[in-house]
Design a protein around this ligand. Structure first.
Ligand code: AMP
Ligand code: GLY
Length: 440
């Protein structure tokens, strides 16, 4: 029996835990707040404590005789949890701190891509103060500016001209704010195109792609409203997108391979674990928006439930640097919709009851993953972030979307979701957008 530890407390970790249990593992969970799904999958073998307290995590691993760990969220990765665990003899199917800097520092990531001439890189420049910002804005043009703080911001620090910034004044104000907090930042070229997520398994050298996913960052239908952690995502039965072909995927994988090699050349450290590439197909080719040193949330829910290959074996193979090329996924479409508390992300309703008709959900065939909710006396309540991810899996996108919506119909509470995620009309808009860009 293999004892696996999952670190993290969200729906992504619930999905990772499910894949480990399906692979035959005995699950243990270490999380900063109690996830009811992980509590059940781990049969109560959990510890609720800060996910960056290495001493406590190591003690828990020793006590429970953990064979390997996998880390869900970025915060512990970017402060070196993998290095700390591995020093104590606990292998991890996640990257060490130097390699996790691909996510932890946008300056590190962009400079690496530039130095190793990775084609999906974009024009950008780093700043530690506002000196030189004005010149660079003039060089790129105000309407082409994206501002990104260097470090982790929970997906909420990126400001894009036309979405969040509307004048030179707005740009200068945000740069000044970052500089006054001594927060290094980059200005980069704004891209126009369609985004897609490519998550891959990495063993230090090989890069094995998983089905493409498209996430929806904006809070409201029609891609309106503030940015969120992601309101839902879909994937297609052929594992591509109607506007992203196999050649595009090969281009993205090629760049990911070269980035993994560049990390090794630059730091001496091998990247192992899942690597999340967020790309955009543009008129100038495939461009990289960001890397995450982990699975995406919600994107983990689109790919892990489709795995036909044993996930525990994949984790061992990543750890042992022996990844097999034969990783198989069901040829199905998926739609994941997040239910968020009313008012999210600005002023979410907390402590509101969430009632789930589990019997009906089962009959419909929808799956559900707990995110930011807590269980008290057998009942589920909202806390301050996305509450639950509801997943439909089927032979077509249309059927998967219907299952996800029917699953949502089994849940009551002061919650909202984006009805348009995974719908044909939204998909058509994306296809038209791509056509327009490529025919220009
Ligand atoms: P990130 O946190 O880097 O994923 O950025 C959040 C969102 O900002 C992305 O999902 C994109 O929609 C948008 N974004 C980031 N970088 C760019 C860019 N260079 N051009 C256009 N949009 C971008
Ligand atoms: N879905 C975006 C992320 O996981 O960061």
């Amino acid at each position: 029996m293999i004892n696996c530890l999952i670190v993290g407390h969200g729906a992504r970790e619930h999905a990772i835990g499910e894949a480990l249990v399906k692979g035959g593992a005995e699950l243990f969970a270490f999380m900063s707040s109690k996830n009811a799904g992980l509590e059940d999958l781990s049969k109560g073998r959990i510890k609720v404590h800060s996910e960056t307290d290495f001493v406590e995590i190591i003690d828990f691993c020793k006590e429970k005789r953990i064979d390997f760990a996998i880390i869900g969220p970025e915060a512990p990765l970017c402060v070196g949890i993998v290095d700390a665990l591995e020093k104590k003899g606990i292998p991890c199917a996640s990257p060490p701190i130097e390699a996790a800097q691909l996510e932890g520092s946008k300056i590190f990531m962009r400079e690496l891509l530039e130095k190793y001439r990775i084609p999906s890189n974009v024009k950008c420049k780093k700043f530690f103060s506002i000196e030189g910002v004005d010149d660079y804005i003039n060089q790129l043009g105000i309407e082409n500016i994206v501002i990104k703080p260097d470090g982790l911001t929970g997906g909420k620090g990126v400001m894009v001209f036309g979405d969040h910034l509307f004048s030179k004044r707005d740009i200068m104000d945000y740069c000044t704010e970052l500089a006054s907090k001594n927060a290094p930042f980059i200005l980069e070229e704004k891209l126009n195109g369609e985004e897609f997520t490519l998550q891959a398994f990495i063993d230090g050298l090989q890069v094995i792609g998983t089905p493409l996913v498209q996430d929806h960052k904006r809070a409201y239908e029609g891609d309106k409203g503030p940015n969120t952690g992601g309101m839902g995502s879909y994937s297609m039965e052929d594992h591509l997108m109607p506007f992203i072909n196999q050649k595009d995927v090969e281009e993205a994988i090629h760049d990911m391979k070269n980035v993994v090699a560049a990390v090794k050349a630059e730091t001496g450290i091998k990247y192992k674990g899942p690597l999340y590439g967020q790309f955009m197909k543009t008129a100038k080719g495939i461009k990289l928006i960001e890397f995450n040193a982990r699975f995406g949330d919600p994107e983990a829910m689109n790919v892990l439930p489709l795995l036909k290959t044993n996930f525990v074996d994949i984790c061992w193979q990543m750890i042992d640097q022996k990844l097999s090329k034969n990783v198989e996924f069901e040829k199905k479409a998926t739609v994941c919709k997040y239910l968020a508390p009313e008012g999210y992300p600005i002023s979410p309703v907390k402590d509101a009851l969430v009632s789930i008709d589990k019997e009906k959900m089962k009959k419909i065939g929808a799956k559900y993953y707990y995110a930011s909710v807590y269980r008290k006396d057998g009942k589920i309540y909202t806390s301050s972030s996305r509450a639950m991810g509801i997943l439909g899996i089927a032979d077509s996108l249309e059927a998967a979307e219907r299952i996800a919506e029917q699953g949502i119909g089994c849940i009551e509470g002061r919650l909202f979701h984006r009805k348009d995620v995974g719908t044909n009309s939204l998909l058509q808009k994306r296809i038209e957008h791509m056509k327009l860009l490529l025919n220009k």
